[in-house]
Design a protein around this ligand. Structure first.
Ligand code: NAI
Length: 302
């Protein structure tokens, strides 16, 4: 069973993906009970068309998350066009702390996926507040960045998006680090197919991709919701998928006491393993800068 806290745009769309891909039953929780109930009812009525049998409950009662394998936190404010993810920090930290207290109370053995932005700082807050082992608390951000990176590479080359593999590490934010050296088209390095200038253009588009959507329609929904389902599937089915996930570092990559996106093996226990890559010197510098950005934000937490 999966609980999703926050029945707003991202939480509801994620719930729908989890149901339609038959990953698990869903309890959708929001302080606005009618919103959660209405979303659940709407999804339930879709079931005959899409043919899923999973159960969906909408509620404001946190005790219904009892027995969850995974709790996904999407509760919080979303950023407005002129805001950075960091601008949301203190308001959302309060919300995340409240939610995590309920998780500890009702689902103390669950894994905890943080989506609320700024996701790396919120993952840190959730890890500290929960007292859970660090493998059980992780944030969604880099997989979404990687999907966007993959989409732009595919568009530039005019090939199937399915054949692009790519990894993004670092902050889910302006200092993210798309790993050009790891990007490939069915195993063919992207660097051998695209010029430096084109790759730079793609990297820049990847960094601004979230803001580009927000400027147009106010929020991002389908892409994050799909990625949440991919991560939920990795955990619920113990698939040991390799992806960039925000996780609390204890010396890996030379850093401690910070949550940031690094490649991990994601499986039934959450972060099964952190993969420590040897980074190219230029990439290492960008990653260091990204760590500093998050550490500075954490210091500003009230
Ligand atoms: P939204 O405003 O549509 O939904 C947020 C929901 O949280 C609202 O329904 C609100 O009632 C609920 N909520 C607030 N406090 C709560 C509490 N204490 N307990 C239960 N529910 C509570 O926002 P949207 O678009 O769904 O975004 C949600 C969050 O996800 C934002 O912080 C946004 O920035 C973040 N986000 C993160 C992404 C990522 O890649 N990590 C991608 C997209 C959004």
């Amino acid at each position: 069973m999966i609980s999703i806290v926050g029945a707003g745009k991202v939480g509801s769309a994620a719930a729908f993906n989890i149901l339609r891909y038959r990953i698990g039953d869903v309890v959708l929780i929001d302080v606005f009970e009618n919103l959660a109930k209405g979303e659940a009812l709407d999804m339930m009525q879709t079931a005959p068309a899409i043919e899923f049998d999973g159960k969906i409950v909408g509620t404001s009662d946190f005790s219904l998350m009892r027995g969850s394998d995974l709790v996904i936190v999407t509760a919080g404010q979303a950023r407005k066009p002129e805001m950075s993810r960091i601008d949301l920090m203190n308001t959302n930290a309060k919300i995340v702390k409240t939610v995590v207290k309920e998780v500890v109370k009702y689902a103390p053995n669950s894994k905890l996926m943080v989506v609320t932005n700024p996701v790396d700082v919120m993952t840190y807050v959730a890890y500290k507040e929960s007292g859970f082992e660090r493998n059980r608390v992780f944030g969604m951000g880099n997989v979404l960045d990687a999907m966007r990176f993959r989409s732009y590479i595919a568009m530039e080359l005019g090939v199937s998006r399915e054949d692009i593999r790519a990894l993004v590490i670092g902050e889910h934010g302006d200092s993210m680090v798309p790993l050009v050296e790891c990007a490939s088209v069915s195993g063919i390095p992207v660097t051998s197919l695209l010029s430096k200038e084109k790759i730079e253009k793609i990297v820049n588009l990847t960094v601004t991709s979230g803001s580009d959507v927000i400027k147009l329609k106010g929020s991002t929904t389908y892409a994050p919701a799909s990625v949440i389902a991919i991560m939920a599937d990795a955990v619920l089915r113990g698939r040991n998928r390799v992806m960039g996930v925000s996780t609390y570092l204890q010396g890996e990559y030379g850093f401690s006491d910070v949550a940031i996106g690094v490649p991990v093996v994601l499986g039934k226990n959450g972060v099964e393993k952190i993969l420590e890559l040897e980074l190219m010197p230029e990439t290492e510098k960008r990653f260091e800068k990204s760590v500093s950005t998050i550490k500075e934000a954490i210091e500003k937490l009230k």
